[in-house]
Design a binder for this molecule. Structure first.
Ligand code: 13P
Length: 258
């Protein structure tokens, strides 16, 4: 299987940005711009929990899918401040970002909780976008391969081959997030290929070839075409540039053009 038959997915991760009126304004601006991507590139906006209702209504009947930025692993109960996978599904969410490096760095997420969240999301019918990536000092120490392969093995532990095909992997080198430092297209390709090779060892080549692997980290309107042209880079997880309709659309169009 080749890149051309994998699903290209361009997802915005809005992080802690946008009030509800601002969310509606951004999505209303985006809808006509990305309409031509329908059937070619999946366009997703992962929004704060408070914006989900607004975002689902604003994108109804369009080709923009809505995602959340996290999910808890228990079905319900005494977990103050948390949101379950069933709650997200009921609200109209299709995707969920799991294990973003900001969650790992600032909120104590571990590979174990990432694994639990991934399984809970899949069980509820959500499509997880599982984030992996090395810290700067890990890259400087030459252990990027070990770090990322370990994350893939732990984060996907006990996830079936069938479910892995519904899972998106986002390679986000931590040193490239919000820093303006993008991995070069060759660096991104090298690690995305390594992720696919790790998936192939775990699940076989046919399954590994079917998984969408995104790059994330300072991807923007200028550098997106070169990154997205790489064989193992099937899409992008976009932070800052997803907050502006024109910039995000430029990235979507680069993916449409392949
Ligand atoms: P930036 O695009 O702002 O670097 O953020 C990337 C990211 O963390 C997406 O999840």
């Amino acid at each position: 299987m080749k890149k051309s038959v994998r699903k290209a997915i361009i997802a915005g991760n809005w992080k802690m940005n946008k009030t509800r009126p601002e969310a509606k304004e951004l999505l209303d601006a985006l809808k006509p711009l990305v309409a031509n991507a329908d059937g070619k590139v999946e366009v997703v906006a992962c929004v704060p929990f408070t914006n989900i209702d607004t975002a689902v209504s604003a994108t109804e009947g369009s080709n923009i899918k809505i995602g959340a930025e996290n999910v808890h692993f228990e079905k319900s109960g005494a977990f103050t401040g948390e949101i379950s996978a069933d709650m997200l599904v009921e609200a109209g969410v299709e995707y969920v970002v799991i294990g973003h490096s900001e969650r790992r760095q600032y909120f104590g997420e571990t590979d174990e909780t990432v694994n639990k969240r991934t399984k809970a999301a899949l069980a509820a019918g959500l499509k997880p976008i599982v984030c992996v990536g090395e810290l700067l000092w890990e890259r400087e120490c030459g252990i990027t391969e070990e770090v990322v392969a370990r994350q893939i093995k732990l984060d996907l532990f006990d996830v079936s081959a069938e479910d892995v095909k519904k899972t998106v992997i986002a390679y986000e080198p931590v040193w490239a997030i919000g820093t303006g430092k993008t991995a070069t297209a060759d660096q991104a390709e090298e690690v995305c290929a390594l992720i696919r090779a790790t998936l192939a060892k775990l699940y076989g080549d046919e399954t590994a070839q079917a998984v969408t692997i995104q790059y994330g980290g300072s991807m923007n309107a200028k550098n997106c075409a070169e990154l997205l042209a790489k064989e193992n880079v099937d899409g992008g997880l976009i932070g800052g540039a997803s907050l502006k309709a024109d910039d995000f659309n430029t990235i979507v169009q680069a993916a449409v053009e392949g």
